[in-house]
Design a binder for this molecule. Sequence first.
Ligand code: MN
Length: 709
Amino acid sequence: MIRQYELVEIVKSYDPSADEDLLNRAYVFAMKAHGTQKRDSGEDYFTHPLEVAGILVGMHLDVATIITALLHDTVEDTLATLDEIEKLFGKEVTFLVDGVTKLSQIEFQSDKTKQAENFRKLLIAMSSDIRVLLVKLADRLHNMRTLHFVQSEKKRIRVARETMEIYAPLAERIGLHALKDELQNLAFTELHPDADQSILARLTFLREQGGGHLQPITAELKQVLEEHGIKSFIAGREKTAYSIWQKMQKKNITFEQLSDIIAFRVIVDMIPDCYRALGVIHSAYSVIPGRFKDYISTPKQNGYQSIHTAVIGPNLHRIEIQIRTKEMEKVSELGVAAHWQYKQGISHDGYQYRGLRGLLDILETAEGPEEFLEHTKLEMFQDQVFCFTPKGDLISLPHGATAIDFAYAVHSSVGDHSTGVRINGRMMPLRSELKNGDQVEIITSKSQHPSPTWERFVITGKARSSIRRFIRQQQRQQFIDLGKTLAQKAFRNEHLTFSEKILENAVEPFGVKSTEDIYASLGEGLKTTGELIRVLHPDHAVKTSSKKELITSETSRKPKEHALSLSGLIPGMAVHYAGCCHPVPGDQIIGIVTTGKGVTIHTSDCSTLEKFMDTPERWIDVDWNPESQDKESHVARIYTVLLHQPGTVASITAIIARENANIINMQITNRTEEYYEFIIDLEVNNLEHLYNIIAALRMSQHVLSVDRR
Ligand code: MN
């Protein structure tokens, strides 16, 4: 175990300006905080943060990171608070400790999720600083090194699987190869103990046969290169049990055929030396085909550079050789960490961390070099939130996304029918903004439909276009129904025979694609029935202009109103419709019990509902009753911006009247030279009625915008 003075000494060796006092204080603080707590190994708990710090010291990380490692479990597991830490160690350390604590908390969710890839992204998104992630990985490494002390087999397997699926790939993505290899091997030992044992036995057997051949082969390679004037450092190693097992999985080789179990790394000074060394090795030994890879000219996504090849080497041993420069070696061992190790001469006030965050994001998302460049322009992960479905699937959304966005991200039919949402087990308004790690359960009902107001609460293109598409389709259907009624009536008035078949002859002259399009254009008022009759019966003299009819038939075409009373309430309960959101039949609604007043009905996306979040017992599931034939009208409020022109107000009141609605209140909220802003309260039958009015208003040339309020 690393000791206090050793820790400080190593840090001082690569960072002479390190604050020794602060390091010592962190050491004492953590030791005291953990007190008599014990690890599963029976050792003092404090050995754990100390070892984690030791791992990071080995990567030459800065003092704040080392202190964070020492303190990383104090907030979660002891009485220590972030306030205390801030007083003693300052803002930077507190920020990092808080980050690691949050990652540890989200960890408990991970065994529910099947999507390791998204969980890795969540971890990265929550790592507001790359150093948080490094501490977390070092923490995991030490926990894996001591995993065999854990009594419960179930827990050991869970932790090992999590390491294999989440942490090792995460380490690889940021280029921490050595750490990744160790994590994978430790996890492998736990997950496949039998395979691990057999491979280790085979390795021992081969080693005994070859008599520890690493050393002679290293010497021969070095000599061959020197003869050609190439200075090199050569490191030989046995492959890990896990990497051998992986190879056996991927390639159809038997255990007995498995012979290239050693690998050599040739480290040279400059890039041209790499290629010269490759030439020398390829001419001295037989090349094993299909194994050559040049990651120098085409680096891996995580920045890894090296040349890989395999040859029948000295004494006819199959060996794998990696050739690279010292710089490449450092990057391959430490990955991105190599870039933000302490470097003398670089200012210490949080240098480049932000830039590295960006780099990390790009590494995580880019598929190749082209994408790498593409992504520098795209959103970074900190602009995303990751939320769980009840089944543990992760959904990634842009920052600021609401439950409605989430619903549409799950499936457009879920979005179209969502009536409410439970976030982390609590009923919340659909407009609620989501946070990283939220568990989101969308409640749906077949009879519900998107509300145009939702457009204000969504930020994803998918949700927005789905809502618009729904509303457009709905409008189109209404126009088609109306157009058909108009056409039939006009034909009747002119004593002409009406049929779909005849109408087909008008498709081409009207410049549309189908008879439905004809109806729609009639309903929308783009074409008149008079035009239609003229096209189909050029010789027929039209008696009446259809323009006037259009208006009268429009008012008479109203569909039968939907039921208006509510279901889900005790009979006799007093009901009020909230003045903040003005719900009308067809809206998704929620009832709130108000003392002495009965139930107030709000739309399920009403912002007032936020006030009742803490009293879920007052929420009542209510719905409009489709069976009821009751006809009452409901007050709806719209907000409209009109051009400041003569006749504007008259024209819009005419439109509303034509739509068969009563204006019960009209109020100017703002007036400039160019426009008026109005709030208009209307009596409508239901949502469909309101949509019709809004659509009709939007078609008017006097209207700049109409929205529901
Ligand atoms: Mn820990």
